[in-house]
Design a protein around this ligand. Structure first.
Ligand code: PHB
Length: 392
């Protein structure tokens, strides 16, 4: 072999070694809101990750797993892209995960192919994210998926006219479109549709529009956090409830961590969602115990923790399939069709969309024997896929 060929072979071996180390550490970069108004949602990401690692170990096939958290307090696509880039280039993560808000997920997807890195979304819930890159897998829900069963439920409960009020961005528009489609297919009528800027926090003008619309019910979506608490409080406190105007929403609006602040005013609120902390199964019992410990008490526990818990399950399966080598497409292919029992119930990753198929439950806020309010599951819509809406 000539000197030049020898050198090439040596560089090749070195490069191969750097991507196929055996007793190595695999880094996973998690982006989420760990500070600011949505910090509890990020804390729930972390609780889900920690619960998974506490119950399943901190290594896969001899590869140690190291999780690196990066804080993205609010929807900010530029910052999201910069954080993802930094995690890949500087921190050398092999997997990206987390991401609470849709615009932040949209900003990361164009990087994935060049970075040879899969992104496992723990929350961001707009249908079209999945079409942006073949290297995205999602373990949360879409607002179209959680909302669709509600259209028929509303009609069955005698609701004929609805006004919709949603945050004016991806998951809000998807929720509005999916609700209207399902509700009108079942014979209902959407009489008015309001889209609220994402930073709205004074909801009294919206409540006035709801009242003026003469609708039987308001259907609403806002991203879970201080915004949803403010909206539901406004509904409870401006007399709409007393006036008999019903409330319909996906479960983002009654997340368990908001229920103490809503008090008895929340009783009877109807929502559809993929996960309730009260879900009755052995898997959920184990999860709640571990995740409540990680988040600092069961009253702080909410749905982003289950998206993160199952997201880590998917990442562990990817690491197992690639034996620690960085091969994003092989990792993603390995989880297509993967099925398991999540704390939320039976789930699987759809091989075509790479989005999670799951049960959607109708829930009602009820009071438990301990005097605390909770989301009580009262009906199950099994194996719901994402309806797959186009880019809003
Ligand atoms: C999103 O931005 O996709 C999002 C955020 C919070 C939610 C649901 C969806 O509760």
């Amino acid at each position: 072999m000539s000197g030049r060929k020898l050198l090439c072979a040596a560089i090749g071996a070195l490069l191969a070694g750097s991507v196929a180390a055996s007793a190595d550490t695999i880094k996973v970069g998690i982006i989420g809101p760990f500070s600011g108004p949505f910090a509890l949602q990020g804390k729930n990401f972390q609780a889900g990750v920690e619960a998974y690692m506490a119950l399943n170990g901190k290594s896969v096939k001899g590869h140690d797993i190291e999780v690196i958290y990066r804080d993205l307090p609010a929807a900010n696509p530029q910052q999201s892209r910069a954080l993802a880039q930094e995690l890949v280039v500087k921190d050398k993560v092999q997997y990206l995960g987390g991401v609470y808000f849709t615009p932040d997920a949209m900003a990361i997807t164009p990087l994935l192919t060049q970075a040879n890195t899969p992104l496992v979304i723990f929350n961001a819930a707009t249908s079209a994210i999945m079409t942006q890159s073949p290297l995205v897998v999602r373990t949360s829900f879409t607002t179209a998926q959680t909302t669709t069963p509600l259209g028929k439920i509303a009609v069955e409960r005698g609701i004929k006219k609805v006004i919709t009020a949603v945050s004016d961005y991806g998951p809000g528009i998807d929720a509005e479109v999916a609700f209207k489609k399902a509700f009108e297919a079942a014979g209902g009528q959407v009489v008015e549709s309001v889209r609220m800027p994402l930073n709205t926090n004074d909801f009294s003008p919206i409540m006035q529009r709801v009242r003026d619309s003469k609708a039987d019910a308001v259907f609403a979506f806002l991203p879970s956090g201080p915004t949803t608490l403010g909206f539901v409080k406004a509904y409870n406190e401006t007399g709409l409830k007393q006036a008999g105007i019903k409330f319909l929403a996906p479960g983002d609006l009654t997340q368990e961590s908001d229920l103490p602040a809503l008090g008895d005013g929340a009783l009877g609120l109807l929502t559809t969602f993929h996960y309730a902390v009260s879900h009755d199964s052995p898997e959920n019992k184990k999860f709640v115990e571990a995740a409540a410990k990680a988040v600092g008490g069961i009253d702080q526990l909410s749905f982003p923790a289950v998206g993160a818990f199952d997201g880590m399950h998917v990442i562990y399966k990817m690491i197992e399939a690639t034996d620690g080598k960085q091969d994003a497409q092989k990792a993603v292919n390995a989880v297509k069709g993967l099925a398991w029992t999540s704390p939320r119930g039976p789930v699987s990753i759809d091989s075509e969309t790479r989005h999670i198929t799951e049960n959607i439950y109708l829930r009602e806020v009820a009071k438990g024997a301990d005097g605390k309010t909770y989301n009580k599951e009262i009906q199950t819509f099994p194996n719901q896929k994402d309806p797959g809406l186009p880019t809003p």
